[in-house]
Design a protein around this ligand. Sequence first.
Ligand SMILES: *Cc1c(COP(=O)(O)O)cnc(C)c1O
Length: 391
Amino acid sequence: MNKEPVEEEEILKNLAKYKIKDLDYSQGKILGSMCTKADPLSKKIFCDFLDTNLGDPGLFKGTQSLEEEVIKDMASFLSLDKAFGNIVTGGTEANLMAMRAARNLARKEKNIINPEIIIPKSAHFSFKKAADMLNLKTIEANLDENYRLSTRSVEEHLNKNTVAIVGVAGTTELGIIDPIEDLSKIAIDNEVYFHVDAAFGGFLIPFLNDIGYELPNFDFSLEGVSSITVDPHKMGLAPIPSGGILFREKKYLDVIAIESPYLTSKEQYTIVGTRLGASAAATWAIMKRMGRKGYSELANECMINTHFLADALQKEDFELVTSPELNILAFNHPKIATDDLARLLEEEGWMVSTSSYPKAIRIVLMGHINHMHLIDFLTTLRKIKNSLNIN
Ligand SMILES: *Cc1c(COP(=O)(O)O)cnc(C)c1O
């Protein structure tokens, strides 16, 4: 580290050399990310609230109210009048809190000391982190032929140590919506905690349904749903880090409460101690700015782009893994290995990702990708096919 202070101008000049190496969402080359360009308004608000600390809410009562209002507003599009929860760092922390609540409640109410969770094979890897930290045995339930969680497989794995079932509304790799309604029934029948991971789909599915898409129900209107993860920093257009965890009842928070002696609040539920009020304030602002209508328009545009690309890819002999439910596409070409194609695309500047199950090129059609980017992308795919003598 430098001993003498460095001039601001010098610092900025040096930083620019680093920043230039980063990609910018607006170039349209980031095709595999679930995050997107933060809205300028939410960026501004984020900076304004940068030194607020919701870990010590008595000092920041206004920002605390903003967090409560955001939770209430998110609950409103997830069919719950009053939810309990927090704006957290992301889906990972949200899922961790849910699993902690499920485990602790089962320990308290059912005296379960060897807890197990049943997650879909398609679940986000954050559940593996949660299981490791919380000492949970993880059982991966099978998927059906459409890559949806098989309810039969879940039922087969239920036992006296099961503390939670997890379903995903918008899987990370394929954007699949698990049969949440059936899982809710299973959870009720077996009196087990049911968590819905809608980190990605939460800010998408309700708004698509507003404008006539008929996507399956996944929210608190299903009685068995105990908690939902929904991330503002994905389809919600909030800056990173902004995640959300919503619980149906206060009792789930009570079992994860930890006393916080030297602070203005008596207890904390979140994993993180000192935590950004900026996330809550920026999310509050962008939700006001967008409204349900704004989110519907965004979601619809993303879906239109998704269907355009899906059709165009098929015309070019690419095979879709499954027809898209949300704005995520996974595909392969029968004559090109997935990793080779990903590498060739990257050489041309396109940052796609690959799904693991099944292995495929994965594209997330976020709002920063427009029609012209897709035309360019298709041109590159054609160029790659030509270079490999495939036509
Ligand atoms: C992105 C994602 C997560 C993890 O969220 P982070 O914000 O990256 O921590 C969890 N679950 C699903 C379904 C996701 O898509």
